[in-house]
Design a binder for this molecule. Sequence first.
Ligand SMILES: [Zn+2]
Length: 439
Amino acid sequence: MFICVNCSKNSNLFSIWDYGKIEDMKNESSLLIKGAVLKGASSDVRIRDGLFSEIAPSLSPLPDENVIDAHGMAITPAFYNLHGHAAMTLMRGYADDLELFTWLNEHVWPFEAKLKAEDIYNGTRLAILEMIKSGTVHLEDMYWFTYEAARAAKEMGIRARIGLLALSTNGDADKLNRECLDRIDEFRGIVKISIAPHAVYTVNESRLLQCLHASEEYGLDLHIHASETEKEVADCQKEHGMSPVAWLDKLGILKETTILAHCIHVSDEDLEIIAKRKSWAVHVPFSNMKLASGAFPYKRVREFGVKACLGTDGCCSSNDLSMFGAMRGAAYLAKLFHKDPTIAPAEEVYAMATRQGALAAGVDGGVIEVGKAADCLLINTDLPCLVPNHNLISNLVYSASSECVDTVICNGKILMRGRVVPGEEEIIAKARESVKRLA
Ligand SMILES: [Zn+2]
């Protein structure tokens, strides 16, 4: 969750994008992973043009092909984080354990009022670095200075859908958004733009309809906070005579690709609507617990057949961006909330972070299969937290940490190898520079 009052700084929008080589590749389109453990068996996995092209017990390298020796490691799908505010990394640990409006009025908003475009760029790069180091290959973002966030994502090679944020009165942010829309063709690759009206309590009817029409005109997906707090639902009932979900549905916002972050205070009728529209409900467990917003109704979400995936939210309300944490939080919270240890088993929660997350992100990936998007991790199964390995998925959900991720591959490109992300020292130094000025 976040709310911001600042949106009027000028952005250095059109600096030249530097695609920065990840490593010195012989042939960037072809990669062979040798000897990785896949579903219990040693396998060779070939990646060509961003897809898994061959999987077999043994494959011979092609001329000029890059080869990774993965003996002793497991190959697994990468993670997809479906809700966040990336540059909020700059506020990690800045103001914790406070009542919501004290937190916003006295800490978050004054900090955000000082943010400049380069801070968003620096904070987003820090977020992406943390995400890569914890095995995540997709960022679903909603924050200010969209172009800077998109530039950071593009440079670092991660998948992203960067939300053009809308409030009832956006001020100069509209200009920034317009400039992004005018250059929309730059965002048709793995870094995309979405339309992100903040929530029903910050975006009025005419603005929501503008967002809807822009999404249709430009062919962009929608991303919005929905039914996060009891107050949001009560206020919407008072103003519109219906719940936030019903209101969004009435306006036509609920499409198959729409991302609904939180979905905590939802009635059976709301869940029926979301299931019928096939929109995505994003479970954000740590943010919901830390802000005491409530618990995602895991059991009812499944009973109604709602499509669900996972997210972390921004670092203000969920201080790290690890999907290991999101999986564990989702499983534990559902068990406690429903007083039933059989709810939210590891396999289900893992699927929300991988296959379900990929589909929500618009990617046919999240599984290691021929023809699917080549987003994967090499996992070091020798770390103490993964020994013994009775069940790898149980270990990944209940005991793993980011440290077990050795290699991250996104769209067939290596983003991290041996836990090293190129340029990480500079990314951290620049983020510290921003914080020094802001805090
Ligand atoms: Zn949020």
